[in-house]
Design a protein around this ligand. Sequence first.
Ligand SMILES: C[S@@+](CC[C@H](N)C(=O)[O-])C[C@H]1O[C@@H](n2cnc3c(N)ncnc32)[C@H](O)[C@@H]1O
Length: 309
Amino acid sequence: MTPVEGTGPDTNSAPHTPVMLAETLHFLNVRAGGRYIDCTVGAGGHAAAILEASAPDGRLLGIDADPDALAAAEERLAPYAGRFVLKQGYFDRAATFAAEADIVPADGLLCDLGISSLQLDNPGRGFSFRGDGPLDMRFGPQAELTAADIVNEYSQEELARILYEYGDERRSRRIARAIVERRPLHSTLDLAKAVEQVAGKGRKSIPFSRVHPATKTFLALRLAVNQELRHLSDLLALARGLLGFGSRLVVLSFHSLEDRIVKNFLREHSHGEDASFRRLTKKVVRPQADEVQRNPRSRSARLRAAETL
Ligand SMILES: C[S@@+](CC[C@H](N)C(=O)[O-])C[C@H]1O[C@@H](n2cnc3c(N)ncnc32)[C@H](O)[C@@H]1O
């Protein structure tokens, strides 16, 4: 697995900058009067560009599990008032939201997975080891578990499995043992210290690596808290039903497990008599070097797109 979406300082230089924006608009084929579903509206960066490109009468449904993200999106999208609807919840409820917003069949569906700078930079959300905060990591209030529930209550074996499967953490067993020994853990710094007990402090503990040793642990727990892979599979399964013919699906992922789910789904559904999609990106599309330089958060982005049949 490639180094994953970071929780370190170098991910923080361009808050709310939409990743691979030009490529996203291109593959969504945004046009005037079109209807679009942004399943991860976040701070509204991609959504604003979609509304701009679909002027004067394009419409957009923006979904996010995070009420804070929706408040930011509401503000950013204010110039397009009357052309967008925002809904709070996990995106596997997209069919209900789309029916309520009268936006089916849509011309395009976008999913920009993972976490936003807004979430990462707020220590109160517990996503980052850079500041001290509660072990929360929930995208939204609907999540059943917090990171504290997992680190303090799961068995050592289950913790090790989560770190290994979701974070590709090769020291998963030792980190799980350190977590269990230090229970109860209350804060993000408690968790970072448990990892440091095994992996040492700071970036120098992994020779030639730019990645902080706690990065994989935090990522793995975030995926588990929000059940992100399950939500993604569920969304893909219902995507075709939300779209018209010749409509577009664009998914931006930041984690090789997410990308594999999208890749396999599109491969499976673009063959044979029952094919429902035509792949527009047989090979994954990566950000240009200048974007990675401007916005380091984009460095692990992978875009896949398809058109409905
Ligand atoms: C990378 S950010 C999106 C940024 C946005 N495209 C922009 O330009 O501002 C991802 C957002 O998706 C939300 N999110 C992630 N998984 C979700 C899910 N399964 N259901 C609903 N929202 C989700 C997160 O809360 C976060 O706000």
